[in-house]
Structure formats: structure tokens, C-alpha cells
Design a protein around this ligand. Structure first.
Ligand SMILES: O=P(O)(O)OC[C@H]1O[C@](O)(CO)[C@@H](O)[C@@H]1O
Length: 387
């Protein structure tokens, strides 16, 4: 493996990654305890997890749940370390594993088994005015010029990533307008996605709510134009607040069914039909909730990536996994940072963490001067492709 920059940590005072633990997570835990009438044992477990993650060490016991062997190894390698010394990506992923443990998500003998702790927040977005406006805009695309429509669907999926609920936990007023595109490899993306051949296009989803709705509209377009099937890869269980699971897709399709616009109801019908005939495949893999980068993806998932026509990775967390959640020089070409990926790959990401690669050096200097927090606000986005 080539020399890689060091992982982004959570130890630096004033850093964004540290603020996720020290500012965002306390709000997140308070929201959970407010959203559900959890009994004392669950509320206490959540508070204890929060306290441990702010000032404690990693206990030796592996938190139960699926993929236990992977987690045995991961935890054994970090047991006894202060949370502060952990890499950001590992620490966040472990935090959500522990959170699911605290709310007894995988306990078959608990009435809280299978209760998505983030469902109230996800459902609020499905019923919210912003999604309403998104669907009005979708319906208004009817009759648009084909190239304009395709561009609009791609941008909606890209900027839909701004709407992630973790990002909004302590940033509820985040600007939801469209911002600046710092890289635009859209032509390369379409050339790969629409190339002849029966290999699938894989879309690795990110968040439920507005983002998965826009992703489903993009998937519908791919189903229309691609010459092979489309796979939508989802999380196997709740994760990072709003990450989309199979249940979220089903909830979203139901929400689309209720829409006043015929175009939107037709979208839901086409997607269901495509799932039924196997043209659209919903898929998941345990690796999507591992605390690791795609560089070390399990062989079976790497093979799936390798045999796809194109893998489209949505969102900031997938981006962190793709290029590595590391202290990259932002001028590093995307093709270099993602060069190891087993097949053609595209990232659609709004910037919501310190990581950046593939930024034009001249623009970078200006950005750092005019908007020093540009990496964190979700107002700058990337469409980056490595063929
Ligand atoms: O939903 P996305 O785009 O993957 O982003 C998740 C974001 O939430 C955070 O994990 C913070 O909670 C960021 O680090 C990350 O960028």
C-alpha cells in the first residue's frame, strides 16, 4: 500500500471532527431521549456512552450485533485507547455501533429491537415542506429538454446530500440553497453510466429523506438510459443518523404514492416495477457499516465494484471512505486518491468535513481567504470521476 497521509483525528481542539463529538453528539443524544420514551436503562446507557466518548477509553468488550468478527478485530486493536486518540472515521462508526447497542436495536428479547432510533427525524423530513418543494420541481421537469432534465436530476441528487440530518443536528438553519460546484466531471460520469454493456451501474446511497428521494429519481433515469441493471446499495441498519436502509426506501416509495403530482406517483410505480423484475436491485453489505475505508473493502464487495460499469458513491461519509479520511493536500488529484478503487468510480458529495482532494489550487487559495469554513457548510460540492 502506498504511503498515505495520516488519518484525521478528533484530538485537535477547535477542529470540526472534535466538535462532532463535543457539540453535535450531546444534541443527538438529547434528541433521541426526547423522541422516544426510553426506559431508564436505555437513557442511562446513552448518557454513559456520551460521557465515555468525551473523556473515556475504548472498553475491551465488542459491542454485539452483526459482523461481530470484524468488530472483534477492530475493537481488540483499539481497546484501552482514549477516545480522543482514535481516527475520526473509526470513532464515529464505533460510536453508532455502540449507540445501536445502547438502544437495544439488535436485542431480540427487547421490545426496542428493530426500532430505528432515527425514524422520527427521517419521517419528519419525508413529510416536510422542503421535500414538497423538491417534488414540485421534479414534476415540473416533465417536458424539459432531455439534456436539461438529466442535468437537473444529477444536480438534485448531488445537492440532496446537503440535507443529511446528522449535519443538521446542531446546524438546523443550514442553507439549503444550491452552492458552488468545485469539480464537475458530469460528462465523464454520463459517458461511463451510459456506455454499452450489461454490467450494472451501482449507486451507493447515503441519506434517507430528501436525498434518497432525489437519488431514486436519478436511479429511475439510469434505468431508462443504461443498458444494464442498476443496483442501489443501502445500509444494513440505521447509521450516522439519517443513512438510508431498505425500510427507508420503502417508506419513501409510499410517500411518493401519496403525492398530488401524477409524475411523482408514476416515478414510484416505475421503481417498484423495476425492483419486481430485477432491473433495479436493492442491495446491502456489512462493510457499509464497518469503521474502515473502501481501500480495505472485503473481497466480495471489491469484486462487485470491479464488475460494475460505474460505481456512484453518494455523500460525505462515502467520500471519506473512498479517498480515505486523511489529511490530504486538497490539491491532490482525485484520480490519485481514488486510484486504488477496483473499477470506474464517481463521487457526488457536498463538503461537510475537513477532507478535500481535487481542488484547483488557485480556487483553493481564494476559497480559504473568502470562506474559511467552506469545507464544512455543505455549500460546496464535487462531481468527481476516476474512469
Ligand atoms: O451524510 P453524509 O454526507 O455522509 O455526511 C455525514 C456527515 O456527518 C458527519 O459524520 C458528522 O456527523 C460528517 O463527518 C459527515 O461529513
Amino acid at each position: 500500500m502506498p504511503d498515505l497521509p495520516p488519518p484525521i483525528g478528533i484530538d485537535r481542539p477547535g477542529s470540526f471532527s472534535r466538535s462532532v463529538f463535543h457539540e453535535r453528539h450531546p444534541v443527538l443524544i438529547a434528541n433521541l431521549v426526547g423522541d422516544f420514551p426510553y426506559p431508564p436503562r436505555i437513557a442511562e446507557a446513552l448518557e454513559a456512552l456520551l460521557a465515555e466518548s468525551l473523556a473515556g477509553t475504548v472498553p475491551p468488550r465488542t459491542p454485539g450485533g452483526p459482523e461481530i468478527h470484524t468488530w472483534h478485530l477492530e475493537v481488540a486493536a483499539r481497546a484501552g485507547l482514549p477516545w480522543d486518540s482514535l481516527p475520526f472515521l473509526w470513532a464515529e462508526s464505533y460510536f453508532y455501533r455502540r449507540l445501536l447497542r445502547a438502544v437495544e436495536y439488535h436485542h431480540y428479547d427487547s421490545p426496542w429491537c428493530g426500532v430505528d432510533p432515527f425514524a422520527p427525524q427521517k419521517h419528519a423530513q419525508l413529510d416536510g415542506p422542503e421535500l414538497r418543494a423538491d417534488l414540485d420541481a421534479y414534476a415540473a421537469l416533465k417536458g424539459a429538454d432531455a439534456a436539461d432534465r438529466r442535468r437537473a436530476l444529477l444536480l438534485a441528487s448531488l445537492w440532496g446530500n446537503q440535507a443529511d440530518l446528522g449535519f443538521r443536528t446542531n446546524n438546523p438553519g443550514a442553507d439549503t440553497g444550491v452552492g458552488e460546484l468545485l469539480a464537475d466531471d458530469a460528462d465523464a460520469l454520463w459517458a461511463l453510466a451510459e456506455a454499452p454493456g450489461e454490467a450494472p451501474v451501482i449507486v451507493v446511497a447515503d441519506n434517507a429523506g430528501r436525498e434518497i428521494t432525489a437519488d431514486l429519481a436519478l436511479v429511475d433515469h439510469l434505468l431508462e438510459t443504461a443498458t444494464g441493471p442498476v443496483e442501489l446499495h443501502l445500509k444494513p441498519h440505521p447509521y450516522f443518523v439519517s443513512d438510508a436502509t431498505g425500510l427507508d426506501v420503502s417508506d419513501t416509495l409510499r410517500a411518493l404514492d401519496r403525492d398530488p403530482h401524477e409524475e411523482v406517483r408514476d416515478l414510484a410505480r416505475r421503481l417498484r416495477d423495476a425492483i419486481r423484475v430485477g432491473w433495479l436491485r436493492l442491495r446491502t453489505h456489512g462493510a457499509y457499516v464497518h469503521p474502515t475505508e473502501y481501500r480495505t473493502a472485503p473481497a466480495d464487495l471489491a469484486e462487485e465494484f470491479a464488475s460494475a460499469k460505474l460505481v456512484i458513491l453518494k455523500g460525505d461519509l462515502n467520500y471519506r471512505r473512498l479517498v480515505g479520511d486523511r489529511e490530504w493536500d486538497p490539491a491532490t488529484p482525485f484520480a490519485e486518491a481514488a486510484g486504488y478503487f477496483p473499477g470506474p468510480v464517481a463521487a457526488l458529495r457536498t463538503a461537510k468535513s475537513d477532507l478535500a482532494v481535487g481542488v484547483d489550487p488557485a480556487r483553493l487559495a481564494a476559497l480559504d481567504a473568502e470562506a474559511p469554513d467552506w469545507r464544512l457548510t455543505g455549500t460546496r460540492a464535487f462531481i468527481q470521476v476516476r474512469p
